[in-house]
Design a protein around this ligand. Structure first.
Ligand SMILES: C[S@@+](CC[C@H](N)C(=O)[O-])C[C@H]1O[C@@H](n2cnc3c(N)ncnc32)[C@H](O)[C@@H]1O
Length: 248
């Protein structure tokens, strides 16, 4: 079973202080880019994997999705998600994305924000997402960018010239990383961009867009605290789809 760090009280308290936790999608720097990669949601059956506090599920239901299901490993996160979506046609359930069956042709869109870097077996995940989608269905997801996920500590260091440097050690060694982020010993899994792309292709996905998110001048004007996001990308975003069978 995967590590369930979001049910650790100290970690959960720390994570709950972040702007994305308190403000929802408005507090997620990469959300405008991710939103631009989504198809129109009206009438779609949507699965949100690693749904966290349920902010995307809430947005999807309000955007007209016919059905929204959110899955997460953490009871803490699911409790908040259920409260955030109390009056909406959204269902939440506990599941380990490492192994859970995700359905069989049950969804038009699978969405996942910042969860897949917690998974050891991305090939298995892609195969199960593929099975969950209808032909022609879409997958839109984000992950920690590998230059960030590869590091044991997310903090920058200052070099002899006073520049901020993110020390990316061991970039080509894929696999488990024990990181000190909010709490010590958080387990993440580093994989290369090429590995991620090749897993998607092997599972039958057609890539539509890949983005290494960066703060723009307009972002920095509004959020000076994002300046360090200009040094290295923190988020990697993908949209992909399954081919629909040719009509007879
Ligand atoms: C960084 S949070 C992102 C939450 C939300 N998607 C967002 O973007 O705000 C990562 C989420 O993935 C969940 N998660 C991590 N590993 C998981 C696993 N193996 N199965 C299901 N959920 C998992 C965590 O519990 C947490 O809610």
């Amino acid at each position: 079973m995967a590590q369930n760090i979001y049910d650790d009280a100290q970690f959960f308290d720390g994570y709950s202080q972040f702007p994305r936790s308190r403000e929802g999608l408005a507090g997620a720097a990469e959300w405008p880019s991710l939103r631009a990669m989504l198809p129109p949601l009206s009438g779609l059956r949507v699965l949100d994997l690693g749904c966290g506090f349920g902010y995307f599920a809430q947005w999807a239901a309000k955007a007209g999705a016919a059905e929204v299901v959110g899955l997460d490993l953490s009871e803490n996160m699911l409790d908040v998600a259920r409260r955030n979506c109390a009056d909406l046609p959204v269902r939440f359930a506990r599941a380990d994305l490492e192994t859970a069956a995700l359905g069989d042709g049950a969804y038009d869109l699978v969405f996942s924000s910042l969860a897949v870097h917690y998974l050891a077996d991305f090939d298995s995940f892609c195969a199960r997402v593929r099975a969950a989608l209808v032909p022609g269905g879409s997958l839109v997801f984000s992950m920690e960018h590998p230059v960030f996920a590869a590091r044991a500590t997310p903090d920058f260091v200052t070099d002899a010239e006073g520049r901020m440097v993110g020390a990316v050690l061991d970039y080509l060694r894929e696999g488990e990383r024990l990181t000190n982020w909010i709490a010590d010993g958080v387990v993440k899994h580093h994989r290369l961009i090429s590995t991620t792309i090749n897993s998607l292709i092997a599972a039958g996905f057609v890539l539509d867009h890949v983005e290494e998110w960066a703060a723009t001048d307009a972002d920095i004007a509004q959020h000076p605290e994002w300046e360090k996001e200009r040094y290295q990308p923190m988020f990697l975003l993908f949209s992909a789809h399954l081919s629909a069978p040719a009509s007879a």
